[in-house]
Design a protein around this ligand. Structure first.
Ligand code: NAP
Ligand code: GLV
Length: 314
């Protein structure tokens, strides 16, 4: 019998266990509790403590209940050997997140292109004032990261009639999107971008990538939309770029510390829009279906997608 341990503390674990038991009726499924060292074949986790992984030579795979595996890899980097050496680390692929990201990114781009954020401010001051909308043909949107989520966001943006660019490590082809790959093409990608949307994974290579040097390469008065991780952004550099007008406004869904501390200057920055890490949430039904399908495939000896490359870090 397939033995599965489950750990997730931010939502109601009983709902997950119920749905997983239905999707994998043959499995022996239990919620992991401190002190539980009984053998397991699979772990399904979000931000699990180190102890959960200790002494588990039988573990075949760890399923991460999110697309980003940075938290789990950070623990492994700081304390090598945390993850059982033979266990694959598997992330969620889309599972309903791409559509949410598309909705969020399209809203942010339209809000800035039509200057709706400025009308919100004018309304608060009781001012009736017409602003010139940005001409769409020059409102270039750049998507950093053309993976599962970035590709869908870039594709959707092409329907707005704005020039869309995308940047990734390896070369890609996406209809209607100008694609750039690797460090050598990074400056060309950034040059003249009016809205930069970040959908990169957080790795040692990408940490702090949204900094003053990068902002200086965008169009003057560009907009930043950070949907990936707070660790990508150098907060003080963004505040400086907002002050100078190099960045006109920013929409931030992710932060170095979450919840964002009450005294963080972003709360008071007039043109910063904050949401509490909700641009694409893990959906239980879709995630259970995907994980159950992958566990069944692994049990049949088949290969699966979504296995994290530990050297790349995503
Ligand atoms: P993914 O499929 O792994 O895609 C990652 C993309 O980033 C790939 O195109 C990859 O290039 C590119 N990339 C990685 N390192 C790079 C580098 N150093 N330079 C240039 N490009 C690089 O990931 P995903 O599923 O789209 O998710 C992306 C991230 O979104 C996650 O890691 C997570 O942090 C974040 N996220 C946030 C939320 C939220 O609610 N805010 C929800 C879900 C996910 P290649 O294609 O060449 O490999
Ligand atoms: C959420 O941030 C995720 O990585 O899925």
């Amino acid at each position: 019998m397939t033995r599965i341990i489950f750990y997730e503390r931010s939502t109601d674990a009983s709902l997950w266990l119920h749905d997983l038991a239905r999707a994998l009726p043959e499995a022996d499924l239990r919620e992991w509790q401190p002190g539980d060292t009984a053998p397991a074949d699979y772990a399904i986790v979000w931000r699990a403590p180190r102890e959960l992984f200790a002494n588990r030579p039988d573990l075949k795979a760890v399923f991460n209940l999110g697309a980003g595996v940075d938290a789990i890899l950070d623990v492994e980097r700081k304390e090598p050997g945390t993850l059982p050496p033979n266990a694959k680390l598997v992330r969620l692929e889309d599972s309903g997140m791409a559509q949410q990201m598309v909705e969020y990114a399209m809203h942010a781009v339209l809000r800035y292109m039509r200057r709706l954020d400025e009308y919100e401010a004018l309304q608060r001051e009781g001012r009736w004032e017409k602003l010139r909308a940005h001409p769409r043909e020059r409102f270039t949107v750049g998507v950093l990261g053309l993976g599962v989520l970035g590709t869908e966001v870039a594709r959707a943006l092409t329907t707005l009639g704005v020039p869309v660019r995308g940047f990734s490590r390896s070369a890609k082809q996406i209809a209607g999107v100008s694609t750039y790959a690797g460090e050598a093409q990074f400056d060309a990608f950034l040059d003249g971008v009016q809205v930069l949307i970040n959908l990169l994974p957080h790795t040692p290579d990408t940490e702090g990538m949204l900094n003053r040097r990068l902002f200086a390469k965008l169009a003057h008065g560009a907009y930043l939309v950070n949907l990936a991780r707070g660790a990508h952004l150098v907060d003080d550099d963004l505040l400086g770029a907002l002050d100078s007008g190099q960045i006109a406004a920013a929409t931030l869904d992710v932060f170095h510390t979450e919840p964002l501390p009450k005294d963080h200057p972003f709360w008071q920055a007039p043109r910063v829009t904050i949401t509490p890490h909700v641009s694409a949430e893990t959906l239980r039904e879709e995630s259970v279906e995907q994980i159950a399908r992958k566990i069944s495939a692994l049990e049949r000896g088949e290969s699966i997608s979504g296995i994290v490359d530990m050297t790349r870090g995503y």
